[in-house]
Design a protein around this ligand. Structure first.
Ligand SMILES: [Zn+2]
Length: 112
């Protein structure tokens, strides 16, 4: 997998965790749990985001705002974001040199 894409997949996982933690925060605090972990998670997220190419980072941000998920797998030649078929020229080999975008929805693609 393209190293930038690997970072983006990790960033997406972290963003998901942060969202879930923030959503359950109040509930957890009501139960007497403290949420120091969230600050650590956010710091780690910033560190990760700093390693991502700025143009990919802003693309990621736009896609996340629009779709919730910016990076999606390709399964059976279909984009798992919009289910458009992905041309065979996009195969995983080329994925090593270049981050591929779905031509239909613009999400960043990876081959699991
Ligand atoms: Zn798509």
């Amino acid at each position: 997998m393209h190293p930038q894409l690997q970072l983006l997949v990790a960033l997406q996982d972290m963003d998901q965790m942060i969202r879930e933690t923030e959503e359950s925060r109040e509930q957890l605090e009501d139960l007497g749990f403290k949420h120091e972990g969230l600050e650590n998670l956010k710091r780690a997220r910033e560190g990760l985001a700093g390693q991502i190419d700025p143009s990919l980072g802003s693309w990621y941000k736009r896609l996340t705002a629009r779709f919730g998920h910016a990076v999606v797998p390709v399964v059976g030649n279909l984009c798992m974001g919009c289910f458009a078929s992905i041309p065979s020229s996009f195969v995983s080999k080329t994925n090593v040199d270049k981050v591929q975008k779905c031509e239909s929805c613009g999400r960043l693609l990876y081959w699991p």
